[in-house]
Design a protein around this ligand. Structure first.
Ligand SMILES: C[S@@+](CC[C@H](N)C(=O)[O-])C[C@H]1O[C@@H](n2cnc3c(N)ncnc32)[C@H](O)[C@@H]1O
Length: 225
C-alpha cells in the first residue's frame, strides 16, 4: 500500500471484523448478485487483465477468473483478503493475485488493466469519487469500468432501511440514487455506456463506463442492459 493512502484504521478494523460473516450475509441478502455476476461476465474477454477494487471475500473475482487472463483482487482489509485467497486456493483458481491495497492509492502503473470492477463498495466508502478517479488512472484508455452500488436513496423505503442500517453500526456513507450514482461516475471522468437497475431485495444500480475520451462509433447515449 502507498504511504498517505487515506483510508482510516477504523475502516480496516470494521471490515476485518465482518470478514468471517460476509459470505453468509451476502447469501441471505444479496439476491441481485446472480444477475450482476452474469452482466459483469458478459462484458469480459479471455485476453483481459482485470482489477477488482474492494473485492471483499472475492465473490466476483472467483466467478470471473475462468473467463479472463488474470484477475488482481484488492481490498483494504487484510482479513477479507485472507478469506478470499483461501477460497480461491480451495477452488484451484490460480490466475487471481490478491493484495491488500487502499482503493484511494493503488500500487499499479497508469493504464494497467483492461477492466476495473468495483461492486457493492462505493456507498460504504467515505470518498467514492476519489476511488473512481483512481480506477480511471489504472484503466487503459479503451478499458471498461464495471461498477454496481446499492441505492439507499432511491425511495422512502430504502431511506428508512438506510437509517435502520446506521442504528446497527453499519458504515454506509452515501444514499445514492441510480441517477446520482451515474452522475458520480461521470464526475470521475467516465462516459456511462450502459446502466441497469437490479432490484429483488434492494435496488442495485449497475453501470458500464469508459474513460472519457474513448470513442466507439455509434455509442452516443447510455443504454439500458
Ligand atoms: C460491502 S464489501 C463489498 C465486497 C465485494 N466487492 C462484494 O461485492 O462482495 C465492501 C468492501 O470495501 C472494502 N473497502 C472499504 N474501504 C476501502 C478502501 N479505502 N480501499 C479498498 N477497499 C476498501 C472493505 O474492506 C470491504 O471488503
Amino acid at each position: 500500500m502507498k504511504d498517505g493512502a487515506g483510508a482510516s484504521k477504523s475502516d480496516v478494523v470494521f471490515w476485518n471484523r465482518l470478514s468471517g460473516h460476509y459470505d453468509g450475509f451476502m447469501r441471505l441478502f444479496a439476491r441481485e448478485y446472480p444477475e450482476l455476476l452474469r452482466l459483469i461476465s458478459a462484458e469480459l474477454q479471455q485476453k483481459d487483465a482485470v482489477l477488482e477494487m474492494a473485492c471483499g471475500t472475492g465473490i466476483i473475482s472467483q466467478q470471473i477468473s475462468p473467463l479472463v487472463q488474470r484477475v488482481t483482487a484488492t481490498d483494504i482489509s487484510p482479513a477479507m483478503i485472507a478469506v478470499a485467497a483461501a477460497k480461491a486456493q480451495k477452488l484451484g483458481l490460480a490466475n487471481i493475485a490478491f493484495s491488500v491495497q487502499d482503493g484511494y492509492a493503488l500500487d499499479f502503473a497508469d493504464d494497467s488493466f483492461d477492466a476495473v470492477i468495483i461492486a457493492n463498495a462505493l456507498h460504504v466508502i467515505p470518498e467514492p469519487l476519489r476511488m473512481l478517479k483512481e480506477a480511471g488512472r489504472v484503466l487503459q484508455p479503451q478499458g471498461k469500468l464495471l461498477t454496481a452500488t446499492y441505492c439507499h436513496g432511491e425511495n422512502m423505503k430504502t431511506r428508512f432501511l438506510f437509517w435502520l442500517l446506521h442504528l446497527t453500526g453499519f458504515r454506509a456513507w452515501r444514499e445514492f440514487t441510480s441517477k446520482s450514482f451515474g452522475e458520480l461516475v461521470a464526475a470521475a471522468g467516465f462516459a456511462v455506456e450502459k446502466t441497469r437497475l437490479l432490484h429483488i431485495h434492494f435496488p442495485l444500480i449497475y453501470v458500464v463506463a469508459r474513460p472519457f475520451g474513448y470513442i466507439e462509433f455509434g455509442s452516443a447515449s447510455p443504454e439500458e442492459v
